[in-house]
Design a protein around this ligand. Structure first.
Ligand code: ADE
Length: 252
């Protein structure tokens, strides 16, 4: 997959893309990432990329032409058509389902705004979709773009090792939060590892994990839990959790 990021801070994008899972995806040739700076496409000695808003008010608005030229340069870098996505708190909320859809695309261009915003005409002409990473305001789209790059990169085939498998994550295929995890030592001043995880009984362990995932989702994010969509076995596990069944553990 190829991702182009249009940003006034290309070094930020380069740093995020150099490390961790995203860095590995690039090393393995599974992700191509390139940043494009609108300032490189700005005119004049000052290479202006913004101006004051018509109608008055605080802050600056990003100019059409440098952004448009940067988007066009990014488009031209690869013959495959690209979806252009503007990172913005006005966008559609990003979910794991949307991440899965984006991860299946061959390429996209992420547009990062700064200042008070971007001239609306540029958005109308060049942008296919606006995406928000949450109901809060960042000072620019770069952090949001880095979130999209990471979430999408880790779903590319061959990026994660077996041990990191994406299917068991929170919001994996079942849409539930993840269960708790433990490692050595068994006994610690902060508590003991639940017995079932030490039992070697794989069926019981799987059941406990499922119950914890259901219980956590119910406690922390009931909005994710459409109880009616649960099968009979899941409903039973959740009922036992809610009833404070000792087997459901003391989590949360
Ligand atoms: N840019 C500024 N705030 C943002 C947000 N919450 N999501 C995506 N892009 C943004």
């Amino acid at each position: 997959m190829r991702i182009d990021v249009v940003s006034l801070f290309p070094e930020f994008i380069a740093q995020c893309a150099a490390v961790g899972v995203v860095g590995r995806a690039r090393e393995r040739g599974l992700l191509t990432l390139q940043a494009w700076n609108p300032r490189d496409h700005a005119e004049g000695n000052y290479r202006r990329v913004d101006d004051r808003p018509f109608g008055g008010g605080p802050g600056m608005v990003m100019l059409i032409d440098p952004l448009r030229a940067a988007i066009q340069a990014a488009r031209a870098a690869d013959p495959r058509p690209a979806r252009v996505i503007y990172m913005s708190p006005q966008g559609r909320p990003l979910t794991q389902a949307r991440v899965r859809e984006l991860a299946a695309r061959e390429r996209m261009i992420l547009l990062c705004g700064r200042y008070e915003g971007v001239d609306e005409r540029l958005l109308q002409a060049e942008v296919d979709e606006e995406l928000s990473i949450g109901d809060y305001v960042l000072s620019g789209g770069e952090l949001a773009a880095a979130v999209v790059v990471d979430a999408v990169a880790r779903l590319q085939d061959g990026v994660l090792n077996d041990a990191e498998s994406a299917t068991q994550d929170s919001f994996g295929d079942d849409g539930l939060l993840d269960c708790p995890h433990y490692t050595r030592p068994v006994e610690h001043a902060l508590g003991k590892v639940p017995d079932v995880l030490l039992s070697g009984n794989h069926a019981e362990i799987a059941k406990w994990r499922r119950q914890q995932a259901l219980g956590r989702t119910w406690r922390r994010r009931p909005d994710l839990l459409d109880a009616s969509a649960l099968g009979k076995a899941d409903r039973r596990l959740l009922e036992a959790y809610r009833a404070g069944d000792p087997a459901s553990g003391t989590d949360d």
